[in-house]
Design a protein around this ligand. Structure first.
Ligand code: PRP
Ligand code: URA
Length: 207
């Protein structure tokens, strides 16, 4: 299952973050803001429990989130989405997957993993701005499943049909939320029109 969030507030911010004139300070702010909107939508079906709350007037029947949330940014660019999620769910735990795409093969290379034990009974949210070929996302889901993760959600800012197809074929149980399904990948496996290299734009580095 995948869902593109078409809300005008998301699409407006997406237009600005794509703009090549947007510098890294504004890019970071927009990545955080877009992530908050995407996360809000992505968590709409998570498990809740009923609680009774005493208001000054009466007892109200309310709902609380009833699952441990573990946010897993794919290093490096996923870190640019972390603050947005933690603002929405401040009690979430954080795990990390270090992956980079090999320049020649475009396949993900794993260099770091650290997860809290709650991955096995909670809800894991993988974050990465770009789901391009899908290889990095598949590797991150594989790593979490090896640690016993049951429920996993992916949030990305931009993706394309090719990447979605790879992830959904490997992990049909994992829903993907995005602000845009773009046209295609170019010869370098960059998303077109995309927004360029998300890590470089977030952190002010360049190739
Ligand atoms: C980018 C991006 C994803 C990956 C997407 O990371 O942040 O992790 O590429 O590509 P894929 O879907 O084809 O696997 P990159 O390898 O540039 O590393 P970085 O975040 O450290 O810059
Ligand atoms: N990584 C990026 O940062 N951008 C792309 O378009 C593809 C991979």
């Amino acid at each position: 299952m995948h869902e593109q969030i078409d809300h005008p507030c998301v699409q407006h911010k997406l237009a600005t973050i794509r703009d090549q004139e947007t510098g890294h300070k504004l890019f970071r702010e927009l990545a955080k803001e877009i992530t908050m909107f995407l996360c809000y939508e992505a968590l709409k079906n998570i498990k809740t429990r009923k609680v009774e709350v005493q208001t000054p007037l009466a007892t109200a029947s309310c709902h609380e989130i009833d699952t441990d949330l573990v946010v897993v940014p794919i290093l490096r660019a996923g870190v640019g989405m972390l603050d947005g999620i933690l603002e929405l769910v401040p009690t979430a735990r954080v795990g990390f997957v270090g992956l980079y795409r090999d320049e020649k093969t475009k396949k993900p290379v794993s260099y770091y993993q650290r997860f809290p034990p709650q991955v096995s009974n909670g809800t894991c949210i993988i974050i990465d701005p770009m789901l391009a070929t899908g290889g990095s996302t598949v590797a991150a889901i594989d790593a979490l499943k090896q640690k016993g993760a049951g429920q996993i959600i992916v949030i990305c800012i931009v993706t394309c049909e090719e990447g979605l197809a790879l992830v959904e074929a490997a992990h049909p149980d994992v829903p993907i939320y995005t602000a845009s399904i773009d046209e295609r990948l170019d010869d370098n496996k960059y998303i077109v029109p995309g927004l360029g290299d998300a890590g470089d734009r977030l952190f002010g580095t360049s190739h």
